[in-house]
Design a protein around this ligand. Structure first.
Ligand code: ATP
Ligand code: MG
Length: 564
């Protein structure tokens, strides 16, 4: 783990743990878990929870389990399990041999439910779902007791056993905890803890037709695994009394404690699995790992690093109040990391041909260039210079604005790492008037050195050799949503999709050194941005580069970060 990660900030959860360690509430144990339901890919919000749970375990020399919370057969799959395992590992965390599945506890959970029935704490209710809802009451009115509430224990045992045996249709009966229909907390009004659901489960097949509800399964799974601190998001705050109630009925001794924190909300981003599934299934993106997706798989393919994501999670911290985190903070963390680690390269995304009239035809010179301006340990590489080169179209302007620092009529600029080049003339397409190529001259006395006569040049631009470069594709990504809070738009969120979130440039040229660039390797294309070799769409000798982030850092401007 990196340095930033090990300097743990304190927060209210760590304070609770410190107290528990002082009082010996759980002895000297700290055991957490990350419990995703395998019904979608993990996203950056999950990453916050991963960093928190695994981070706490590491800090307190405890353990963190990875538990697939797979108690609802609809929508769960092995594909999702595989992606979750992959993504948590990629984020840099390890659960040793503690990979668990809630579905492995089905028999145990069923026995717990039977126990509750036998203790007179649960009953089979035969009201319909609508009736149960009507009987539940409202926030201001108490609920009404079900007519089945006082069924004798033997009848409950018999019905529950037959529910399991598949004798009844879906919805015919449910098992409810017998708590308090008059409780001010609606969650405590005899909640349903088991239901009949005739749906195949991706792991247990058709073995089960009754499935435990989240509130029942989760706290007991925590108990079975001897979790000490069960950290979850704020929407479960009202469920905490139920968590405690169930655990208190069934578990003796050291019991887990639920602690809630504010989920991550990120500007211009949707972090709800249900909505992310819509984006994928309706084809608004090219899959769960589309580089525009806020999924861990998408961020990875985009080129984000696990270090940057962990650092982001450390920076945002954990709190009890929800807020909207500015996505430019995440981009800032990515840039910060890549600035140090990404080797530099030259790439021209929108090429304009330049012919150096006084440079000998067929001649090629190789310039030795540093791979990183501040880090000599990253070595050097050779870049070929030749008579025909490419520069960016917008590095030339026939009628430049006043402060233009690039090539223009009458001007001289340095071609980075090479010579000072002087503009001579422009060739245009006779019909369209479009600029086709430039003619320039070079000053041989400026090879990697300033002009000997002391004259000033107008700027520095990047370039690649036309003969000795590699054609490439570049994909420029923008935010997937046009508005800051698409989650706030509710079901209308698709209206705010940014239709221009992907621009594909197919006629780019990159320096030939990138011919064998490994999938997922990242570069800073000088003056252009950070790019990552796409692991799926690159072809041999024709890489596809995803733009990770542009160079400009709006976060450090906003926050006054890093200003000297
Ligand atoms: P949905 O997005 O449909 O609400 P979910 O993201 O809560 O589902 P889970 O698989 O239950 O799906 O999440 C696993 C863990 O990640 C839970 O402990 C949950 O609290 C946490 N988590 C989910 N979303 C966020 C988020 N945005 N920020 C922080 N933690 C999150
Ligand atoms: Mg959830």
């Amino acid at each position: 783990m990196t340095q930033e990660d090990s300097s743990h900030p304190t927060d209210f959860i760590r304070e609770i743990i410190d107290d528990d360690l002082k009082t010996g509430k759980h002895g000297d144990r700290v055991a957490t878990r990350f419990p995703p339901e395998p019904n979608g890919y993990l996203h950056i919000g999950h990453a916050k929870s991963v960093c928190l749970n695994f981070g706490i375990a590491a800090q307190y020399k405890g353990t963190c389990n990875l538990r697939l919370d797979d108690t609802d057969p609809s929508g769960e799959s092995l594909e999702y399990v595989g992606s979750i395992i992959n993504d948590v590992h990629w984020l840099g965390f390890d659960w040793g041999d503690r990979l668990y599945y809630a579905s492995d506890y089905f028999e145990q959970l069923y026995q717990f439910a039977l126990q509750l029935i036998k203790d007179g704490k649960a009953y089979v209710c035969s009201l319909s779902a609508d009736e149960i809802r009507d009987y539940r009451g409202t926030l201001t009115e108490p609920g009404k007791e079900s007519p089945y509430r006082n069924r004798p224990v033997e009848e409950n045992v018999d019905l529950f056993t037959r529910m399991r045996a598949g004798e009844f249709e879906d919805g015919a009966h449910v098992l409810r905890a017998k708590i308090d229909m008059g409780s001010p907390n609606v969650v405590m009004r005899d909640p349903v803890i088991y239901r009949i659901k005739r749906a195949p489960h991706y792991r247990t097949g058709d073995k089960w037709v009754v499935y435990p509800m989240y509130d029942f399964a989760h706290c007991l799974s925590d108990s079975v695994e001897k979790i000490t601190h069960s950290i979850c998001t704020l929407e479960f705050e009202n469920n905490r009394p139920l968590y405690d109630w169930i655990v208190n009925q069934l578990i003796a001794g050291d019991r887990p404690q639920q602690i809630e924190f504010a989920r991550l909300n990120l500007s211009y981003t949707i972090l709800s699995k249900r909505r992310l599934i819509e984006l994928v299934e309706q084809g608004h993106v090219a899959g769960w790992d589309d580089p525009r997706m806020p999924t861990v798989a998408g961020l990875r393919r985009r080129g984000y690093t696990p270090e940057a994501i962990r650092n982001f999670c450390a920076k945002i911290g954990v709190a009890k109040n929800e807020n909207l985190v500015d996505i430019s903070l995440l981009e800032h963390c990515v840039r910060d990391d890549l600035n140090e680690r990404a080797p530099r390269a030259m790439a021209v995304l929108r090429p304009l041909r330049v012919i150096i009239d006084n440079y000998p035809e067929g001649q090629v010179e190789e310039f030795e260039c540093a791979n990183h301006p501040q880090n000599p340990a990253m070595g050097t590489r050779k870049i070929p210079f030749s008579r025909t080169l490419y520069i960016e179209r917008d590095d030339f302007d026939e009628n430049p604005p006043k402060k233009y620092k690039r090539l223009a009529p009458g001007r001289e600029v340095r071609f980075r790492n090479a010579y000072v080049i002087k503009f001579k003339s422009v060739v245009k397409d006779e019909k369209t008037g479009e600029i086709v190529e430039l003619h320039c001259t070079y000053d041989p006395a400026t090879r990697n050195s300033p002009p000997p006569d002391g004259r000033k040049v107008d700027g520095v631009i990047h370039w690649v050799s036309a003969e000795r470069s590699l054609p490439a594709v570049a994909r420029l990504y923008d935010r997937l949503f046009q508005i800051e809070d698409p989650a706030g738009a509710g079901d209308d969120f698709l209206k705010y999709l940014n239709r221009g979130s992907l621009e594909t440039l197919t006629t780019c040229y990159v320096e030939e050194n990138l011919k064998d660039a490994a999938p997922e390797s990242r570069y800073q294309f000088e003056r252009v941005g950070y790019f990552c070799v796409d692991a799926k769409d690159s072809l041999p000798g024709r890489p596809v580069f995803n733009r990770i982030v542009p160079l400009r850092d709006s976060w450090s401007k906003i926050a006054g970060h890093e200003k000297k």
